[in-house]
Design a protein around this ligand. Sequence first.
Ligand code: NAP
Length: 253
Amino acid sequence: MSVLDRFRLDGRVAVVTGASSGLGVDFARGLAEAGADVALGARRVDRLTATAEFVEKEGRRALPVATDVTDPASCEHLVAAAMETFGRVDILVNNAGIGTAVPALKETPQQFRSVIDVNLGGCYWMAQATARVMRPGSSIVNISSVLGLTTAGLPQAAYAASKAALVGLTRDLAQQWTGRRGIRVNALAPGFFHSEMTDAYQPEYLETQLPRVLGGRFGEPEELTAALLFLASDAGSFVTGQTLAVDGGFTIT
Ligand SMILES: NC(=O)c1ccc[n+]([C@@H]2O[C@H](COP(=O)([O-])OP(=O)(O)OC[C@H]3O[C@@H](n4cnc5c(N)ncnc54)[C@H](OP(=O)(O)O)[C@@H]3O)[C@@H](O)[C@H]2O)c1
């Protein structure tokens, strides 16, 4: 197998959560371009249908499934639907997430818990559901954030805690499953990429943070999807338990 062939995903099946907008759409399209069929999970099914069209344009099959990752039964349902339609699940991209910025002295228990429920709980329930059916050679990629590794000027205790927790979750699941079940578990820590989440930022805020990005710009979705394909495919077959920052240098400044 050539080095470039190791990035191919022909015959593989991926599950992508949060595939109704932003990075999840690019991930689904990139996985399909590499050869995978893709099951798509999120709450807005109309938007998942639009993502499915991108996957189908790449010549692959898509399966949109209404999913709320805070509900373990809904996660089980997404994986069961993927198994019923495609017969296997090789890749999980745990991408669904919400972001908030609330000063710690004002944040309500409900606000804090809602972020943890989606960003941490959702990844764990999805990892459990997929690991039960995955075969050796499979790969889970958790979408953490640079906020899991550093601060970025906003009051984001819930978000930062949830994304740092994914670094630990990734390490522990890799320890439990890589040797015993042949499932690698890694994380990506994206810097700034345009999406519905980042479109909510004030321009003044970005001006304070962009000087910390060595390239002085947002990342392009393809730059993140390329890293995802490395971790999801056999190109990353000896990499597990790692969190890879794709951030233009943000975390070293
Ligand atoms: N963009 C960046 O610069 C950046 C940087 C670092 C990390 N990230 C991470 O990247 C991931 C994608 O974010 P994005 O920037 O692409 O934001 P986005 O456009 O807001 O997408 C978030 C996705 O999560 C889904 N989602 C939210 N709650 C959900 C739930 N309970 N169940 C199922 N799906 C749910 C949303 O779908 P529905 O609303 O349809 O359910 C949506 O598809 C997130 O984990 C985020 O923290 C992004």
